[in-house]
Write a protein that binds this ligand. Structure first.
Ligand SMILES: Nc1nc2c(ncn2[C@@H]2O[C@H](COP(=O)(O)OP(=O)(O)OP(=O)(O)O)[C@@H](O)[C@H]2O)c(=O)[nH]1
Ligand SMILES: [Mg+2]
Length: 504
């Protein structure tokens, strides 16, 4: 068809007898129309982007206490919101100092008990039992010629008591006492899964949390960041080395630095190590205690600044459900869906699980953490329950939930580094899991055995056909975790786009 035959071209064509003035007016009008049209396009694009932005992906981090949920969240913050993370980093210093001091104070307490106990003949440590130590049977004979030096060491470390209290107060902690009190009052219901109808009776032995607990993560981070900013703005003390971070009038840092040599002497003393070993204190102190104790010369200094690794190891127990809104900062992450995430980090103990239920509504994905190194451990809140068994019970309840049948489930079989260590140390799996039989006691065999078990639980319990996404992780390894998280995130977005259940 010739152009002039087209009604639209004809209608829009300028009149054949158009004067130069009329042409100028027409061209100006056309320019103006183009400008307005471009403005409208721009506004529409912005609106579209805003709409996409509103598609916030909601993800829950679930799993038993100490499974690594909060540590996974830190990995996400580090990888996806690096600017916000950099601002937050300094606020972790007090938590790390507190982690180290609590370990030292616990060891000092054990030493004091040994020093004050009537001397019994040294006995061989009994076969390892996961029910905890018994000081009476594991007492160690302290030679007379060492007693005086150890007593002095203990005395010189007493200022750390005060610092522990100060740091707790600063962080708004000390809340482990609140939890104890509420437990005593029966306020904290024990539930194996969030779907249980009724709480089961609290075990006779009281649950005594060993970690620092704070109610709101925002409050202490804001306080600590403000403190740091104020410290930086205040002139240095005369005896501070120039340019050092001891510009702070931070008495915790000063006391720690002053006690550094004594803390190191305590931790490296063979007799003290023997006390720690016999009382199985490392098991009581949590998975990061050894890391911090091995870093005393670096952490107990006036100019200490936390590294990312330190923060990943810093332990602070999550209470209730805490919401984190992450807006991905990188250029590549500006594609709308998958840019805005609301992540819910929950407290994992059996006393906290009833609180998860309201968060199951509208959630797109659940990242479930099962610490597979816990095959020989028991829950802190209920010593009758094996940790791995608890993870399976919980995983099964999530898999079979009707409410969660459309939710994407991702499983992190976490703490692989600790599992490898235990197996290398010769701990026998079949002693704790008879079903494991006489299979090889090595990481490869055990991890694939567990992976198959978790997969079976998913496929046999899910109300609808579901794919199994299981990863072996050590979330204290930020590099490896960043890679896993990137593929998890892409996977979630792809699956979500395919899913008919889009509710964003
Ligand atoms: N070695 C090692 N330590 C880990 C790993 N994952 C977590 N941790 C440590 O285990 C401790 C508990 O981790 P968290 O992330 O606080 O556990 P959580 O699941 O948030 O626990 P709750 O808040 O009590 O529910 C911390 O000291 C972590 O540094 C891991 O893969 N390997
Ligand atoms: Mg946590």
């Amino acid at each position: 068809m010739h152009e002039s035959d087209d009604p639209l071209t004809r209608a829009l064509a300028p009149p054949p007898d158009e004067t130069p003035e009329a042409k100028e007016v027409r061209l100006r009008a056309e320019d103006e129309a183009r400008r307005v049209s471009e403005q409208i396009d721009e506004a529409l694009n912005k609106e579209r982007a805003a709409l996409k932005k509103k598609k916030v992906m909601k993800m829950l981090l679930l799993g038993q206490s100490e499974s690594g949920k909060s540590t996974t969240l830190k990995n996400m913050q580090m990888a996806y919101t690096p600017r916000a993370w950099a601002q937050e980093r300094a606020s972790w210093k007090a938590v790390i100092q507190l982690n180290l001091i609590r370990s030292i104070n616990t060891i000092v307490d054990a030493l004091a008990e040994e020093l004050s106990a009537p001397q019994a003949p040294t006995r061989q440590s009994s076969q390892s039992s996961d029910e905890g130590h018994s000081p009476a049977t594991d007492q160690i004979a302290i030679p007379q010629d060492r007693r005086g030096a150890l007593m002095k060491l203990r005395m010189r470390l007493t200022p750390l008591r005060q610092v522990e209290g100060d740091l707790k107060a600063r962080l708004g902690a000390g809340t482990d006492e609140i939890t104890e009190a509420s437990l005593a009052a029966g306020a904290e219901a024990m539930m194996a899964t969030p779907f249980d109808d009724a709480a089961y009776p609290t075990p006779a032995r009281r649950f005594s949390p060993r970690d620092v607990v704070v109610r709101s993560h925002r409050a202490w981070k804001e306080r600590e960041t403000a403190r740091k900013t104020k410290d930086r703005a205040t002139p240095q003390r005369p005896n501070s080395p120039p340019g050092s971070a001891s510009d702070s009038r931070d008495s915790a840092t000063d006391v720690l630095a002053g006690c550094a040599d004594d803390m190191l002497a305590l931790w490296t003393d063979p007799l003290v190590r023997e006390i720690v070993r016999r009382r199985r204190l490392m098991g009581q102190l949590g998975d990061s205690a050894e890391y911090f104790l091995s870093c005393i010369p670096r952490i107990a200094t006036r100019d200490y600044e936390p590294s990312d690794n330190d923060i990943l190891r810093a332990r602070i127990r999550t209470l209730g459900v805490q919401e984190y809104n992450l807006t991905f900062e990188s250029e590549d992450d500006t594609r709308g869906l998958g840019r805005e995430w609301a992540i819910y980090d929950v407290g994992g103990s059996r006393t906290s699980r009833a609180a998860w239920l309201p968060y199951f509504v509208d959630v797109h994905a659940i990242l479930f953490l099962a610490p597979i190194s816990g095959f020989d451990e028991r829950l802190l809140e209920d010593r009758r329950v094996n940790r791995l068994e608890d993870s399976f019970i919980l995983w099964q309840s999530i898999c079979k939930s009707e409410l969660l049948k459309k939710v994407i489930l991702i499983l992190f079989m976490n703490k692989c580094d600790l599992l490898e260590r235990k197996l290398k140390a010769g701990i026998q799996i079949s002693r704790y899991m008879t079903s494991y039989g006489n299979r090889a006691n090595d990481f490869g065999t055990f991890s694939s055995y567990l992976k198959n078990k978790f997969r079976d639980v998913l496929t046999t319990n899910s109300p609808e056909k579901r794919h199994f996404y299981g990863y072996m992780t050590s979330v204290v390894d930020s590099e490896a975790t960043a890679k896993t998280l990137a593929s998890v995130r892409d996977g979630i977005i792809q699956l979500h786009l395919k899913s008919a259940a889009f509710v964003g």
